[in-house]
Design a protein around this ligand. Structure first.
Ligand SMILES: [Zn+2]
Length: 108
């Protein structure tokens, strides 16, 4: 999901519920995490409003690196894949990263 699609989804779900919403709800508050922080292999920064979006950006970047055959990212992805074989450790990893994300200061 792109940021634009994400805002669109948010916007339409907000308009369905009859509340007085401000259109600028946190939409400008972005958080930053690097590829490395998310289990990758480089210092590329991702900016997102939610952890789900952050994970999506990281995944997309990982796929691009995979297609380019980047060795460091291939190794990082192998490690992630090994982790995903056990659902529990994947869940723990995900929650750990989510907490890391939550603890980050918001940048505008
Ligand atoms: Zn990377």
């Amino acid at each position: 999901m792109t940021l634009l699609e994400f805002s669109g989804t948010l916007e339409s779900s907000l308009s369905k519920v009859n509340i007085n919403h401000k259109t600028d709800i946190q939409s400008t508050d972005m958080k930053t995490m690097t590829c490395k922080q998310l289990g990758g292999a480089c210092d590329t920064e991702f900016h997102a409003n939610s952890f789900e979006e952050m994970a999506e950006l990281s995944k997309k970047h990982g796929m691009e690196m995979f297609q380019q055959g980047d060795k460091n990212h291939l190794e990082a992805m192998n490690e992630m894949e090994a982790l995903m074989k056990t659902p529990d450790s994947m869940k723990i990893w995900f929650e750990t990263k989510r907490k890391e994300f939550d603890a980050l200061p918001e940048t505008k």
